[in-house]
Design a protein around this ligand. Structure first.
Ligand code: SF4
Length: 523
């Protein structure tokens, strides 16, 4: 296989960094002004799905029996975000400071993705309400990590002018204020900062008795200022969503954006492909499935294994975990690899050298962890060197080699040119999506973020075609899918003898490579 040499990863980031520092100078934003940025369609999709994943985690956490905004609630959210791989948001929530590129990029994605989701969630009162609730939770979660100095800095940066109590006022009311505090300490009132706000702007503090009221004015400590700020935040957000409803039809004229965001609120946000339904795919099916339903990365690896009877460690990991997640049992996996490898080496050598690793992937050795199959991002970021064949072919294969491969797999010359053209400009997942569309004769809304998702969607298309050849392809919507529990995902009600797999989201779209959002007109 023909892979280019490893490319250096250093890039000139200084000018862009300076720009990011100016644009995104704080972790917590009031999102007053829409961003003025160019966003590739790939990043657009990644950003909206990541933020949606984040908001769903917040929703899920709030439904648990934690006290709202308690430390337990916060710890649960952070754990879930870490598990979901949303490390950028974890950094922002934990108050990462400094001007490191990772922090600046996290702020940038946070800012832009917020506005992208506004496009999806301004469309009905229910959607607006859900979005405002989740975004406010996120806002407060970030605010929880601010120190008193951080709060003052935030108020200054965002030009929020709340009236601070004078020393004389505080002295007059200190006993009354202290009676509303947990400690009841007058000394802590004397040493703290207090603000005067209309009582209606802090309903949660009023109902829980955590502030002293005097003639319609609430005296609020700096620690509780989040209640006031989040009320302002909500107002800004509600007004922004309301204003957007008036011009959303103009935004919808851009079909590329429209097709991504129109069903976003019921979108699939990914699952962890640690295990498939073991045994739902058997050994004898793999050759056929590799031609019909494997993404290019896995098809090439399968072909390589069958023809050379060997595969390097990283390839065995990438391909082996993929096979596990589509449902190949451990027993079949052991047979599969052994049958190939023992064409070149004795059975004893295979048992000694490879059996342990295969069992390890299935959580039967070593750490006994059920390892997840690799997602596209991880695969794309690997740089195999010959004779390794793992990685993403849309990234790693030279243009001519990729074109030949596509032609060999039955793609027409015109389509092969089109796909290689998309890959050439760096839209690897978009090229993969186009390959799927052409080879399955369907259109998709989103590009793939996981090879196993590709496989599932392919199986759904094939299954639907088998069901009724005379009707157009019927695909379960995401909202229907979300009603399925995990176990049900791996059942196949059609009793298809071939494979038992879940139904993924699929909708229709067209595909251009780059979106340049006209933000000014959009908001
Ligand atoms: S985009 Fe993902 S699924 Fe497609 S070939 Fe690359 S790594 Fe595989």
């Amino acid at each position: 296989m023909d892979f280019p040499k490893r490319r250096p990863r250093t890039v000139e980031i200084q000018p862009e960094m300076e720009n990011l520092e100016k644009l995104y100078f704080t972790n917590i934003s009031m999102y007053r002004l829409p961003p003025m940025s160019e966003v590739s369609i790939q990043e657009f999709e990644e950003m909206v799905l990541d933020r949606l994943r984040l908001l769903r985690i917040l929703e899920h956490s709030t439904l648990k029996e934690f006290k709202p905004y308690s430390n337990e609630w916060r710890d649960f959210v952070l754990t879930e975000l870490n598990v979901a791989g949303l490390k950028g948001y974890v950094r922002l929530i934990q108050g990462a400071s400094g001007q490191k590129e990772s922090v600046l990029q996290a702020r940038r994605r946070d800012y832009i993705s917020h506005f992208l989701l506004r496009l999806a969630y301004c469309r009905s009162q229910d959607l607006r309400r859900w979005f405002v609730t989740r975004e406010t939770e996120l806002f407060r979660l970030k605010f929880m990590h601010l120190s008193p100095d951080g709060v003052s800095e935030f108020l200054k940066v965002h030009d929020l002018k709340y009236n601070e109590m004078t020393a004389k006022e505080k002295d007059y009311f200190k006993a009354s204020i202290a009676s509303c505090t947990f400690s009841g300490s007058v000394a802590s009132v004397e040493n703290g900062k207090y603000f005067k706000v209309p009582f209606a702007s802090v309903p949660d503090l009023v109902t829980t008795g955590r502030c002293y009221l005097f003639r319609g004015v609430a005296f609020v400590s700096a620690n509780d200022i989040v209640s006031i700020v989040s009320t302002d935040f909500k107002k800004i957000l509600e007004d922004g969503l309301q204003a957007l409803t008036k011009i959303i039809s103009e935004v919808d004229n851009d079909e590329r954006v429209y097709h991504i965001i129109k069903n976003l609120h019921k979108s699939y946000i990914g699952r962890d492909y640690a295990t498939g339904a073991a045994g739902s795919v058997s050994l004898h099916q793999i050759d056929d499935l590799s031609k019909k339903s494997f993404p290019l990365c896995m098809r090439i690896m399968h072909e390589h294994l069958r023809s050379t009877h060997t595969m390097k460690h990283d390839g065995r990991l990438q391909y082996g975990l993929f096979l596990k997640a589509i449902g190949l049992s451990l027993e079949d996996a052991l047979r599969f690899w052994q049958e190939e490898f023992t064409r070149l080496i004795p059975v004893d050598a295979f048992q000694k050298k490879y059996r342990y690793n295969i069992r390890y992937n299935y959580g039967k050795e070593g750490k006994y962890k059920d390892f997840s199959a690799y997602g596209c991002r991880k695969i794309i970021d690997t740089f195999p060197t010959p004779p390794q064949v793992h990685g993403c072919p849309f990234r790693n294969l030279k243009e001519a080699r990729l074109r030949d491969k596509l032609l060999a797999y039955g793609v027409s010359r015109a389509h092969a040119e089109e796909i290689t053209g998309i890959a050439k400009i760096g839209n690897f997942q978009e090229a993969c999506k186009r390959y799927f569309e052409i080879s399955h004769d369907v259109q998709l809304a989103l590009s793939f973020t996981h090879p196993n998702k590709y496989f599932e969607e392919s199986q759904v298309v094939i299954r639907n075609r088998k069901r009724d050849k005379s009707e157009p392809v019927k695909i379960k919507t995401e909202s229907e899918r979300l009603l399925d529990d995990d176990a049900k995902l791996w059942e196949d009600p059609s009793n298809d003898p071939d494979v038992k797999l879940p139904d993924p989201l699929m909708t229709q779209t067209q595909d251009p490579a780059q979106i340049t959002m006209d933000w000014e007109n959009a908001f």
